[in-house]
Write a protein that binds this ligand. Structure first.
Ligand code: GLA
Length: 354
């Protein structure tokens, strides 16, 4: 059944709009986005689609293809700790902006896995904001939608993320990367060369950003930035760089990661544009080492997977997303990719291709 037909069956009326947004994979640039640095995410083929209609009640009724039951929540309901919070947060943002008033029916169809580090939450919020803008004839930009979507995460959900995910799902399309400078939101959409394959492989270990470990890293970066007296930890002056060595050990390591990760991301963007796959792969490998050892956001299962991907002949491999589980992203040359991906999956039975 199409989403439109599913919607009609569930709610007895047709949807007023159907909008969507993709998941994303971050190729390189981890935890740089709330430290004024560069990121290089790309859109996935997997998407979240949202069908919407107004209703005359004071409730939001949410149905997803993944669950049988409809979930009903009053307008303005505060967060309660499940996935429907992202929908409620998006609608409450839309009403705060004056884009929407009253109740709504929402039908959500997704093949973007959650808890995998591929931004299912940013995709859901973005698709809902797009759908509301459409039915209310709001003229807005993709960058403004990304800013609003981030504020849903920061203010309603309480997740202190940067703006990478929302910009990626709002501005990149499948087969393209978004070279974004989070300091001023300048960006460029860059084609991924046809003979490069970025495989996204789920480690089999779920990851919850709301579990507090992401927030802990965010706070450590803030503490390092405060100690160095900078607003942008990714971009220290020469004197601030020297002062990094005097920070307490955990802050020193976090700072070393984000400073070097920003530099690697800038270099990787050049490598992508000049189609230099070997340099790109080398930077991914360095990025993973830094993410695992200095930022301490990897897990033994993920480290083993990255090591094996490289042993299989990948040019580069690294943990992608917020950390502590989820997916790795691996760069292969197209002619070898299928066989190499298969042998990696065979060796690690809990993994699956995203
Ligand atoms: C999550 C956050 C992003 C970013 C990454 C780490 O995906 O939502 O803002 O900080 O982690 O790079």
């Amino acid at each position: 059944m199409t989403l439109e037909a599913e919607f009609k069956t569930a709610f007895d009326c047709p949807p007023l709009a159907i909008m969507s947004a993709p998941g994303r994979v971050n190729l390189i640039g981890e935890h740089t986005d709330y430290n004024g640095g560069a990121v290089l995410p790309a859109a996935l083929e997997r998407r979240i689609q949202v069908a919407i209609a107004r209703n005359v009640s004071d409730t939001v009724v949410i149905k997803s293809t993944r669950f049988d039951d409809k979930i009903e929540r009053p307008i303005g309901d505060p967060k309660r700790g499940d996935w429907t919070d992202y929908a409620m947060g998006a609608l409450s943002k839309a009403s705060e902006l004056g884009w929407f008033a009253g109740g709504a029916f929402l039908y959500i169809e997704s093949d973007v896995p959650d808890g995998a580090g591929v931004s299912s939450s940013a995709a859901l919020i973005t698709a809902i904001l797009r759908a509301v803008a459409k039915i209310s004839n709001i003229t807005t930009s993709a960058v403004d939608i990304a800013k609003h979507a981030r504020s849903v995460e920061n203010d309603y959900i309480g997740m202190p993320c940067g703006i990478m995910d929302q910009m990626a799902v709002g501005l990149a399309d499948y087969g393209r990367a978004l070279a974004l400078d989070t300091l001023d939101l300048s960006f460029e959409v860059v084609d991924i060369p046809e003979d490069w394959v970025f495989a996204v492989i789920h480690s089999g270990v779920r990851r919850e950003l709301a579990d507090g470990r992401y927030k802990k890293r965010f706070e450590e970066c803030q503490a390092a930035a405060d100690a160095l007296q900078t607003a942008h930890l990714c971009r220290p002056t020469e004197a601030q760089k020297v002062a990094v060595s005097e920070l307490p050990e955990n802050l020193r390591k976090r700072a070393q990661h984000v400073i070097s990760e920003h530099e690697r991301t800038v270099a990787a963007t050049v490598a992508l544009k000049t189609q230099d796959a070997h340099t790109f792969g080398r930077l991914m490998i360095e990025s993973h080492r830094s993410y695992s050892e200095d930022f301490e956001a990897s897990t033994p299962v993920i480290d083993a997977l990255v090591t094996d991907a490289i042993a299989q002949g990948a040019l580069g491999a690294r943990l992608t997303g917020g950390g502590f589980g989820g997916c790795i992203v691996v760069l292969f040359q197209a002619q070898n990719a299928d066989a190499q991906i298969q042998s990696l999956l065979d060796k690690h039975p809990k993994t699956w291709p995203v």
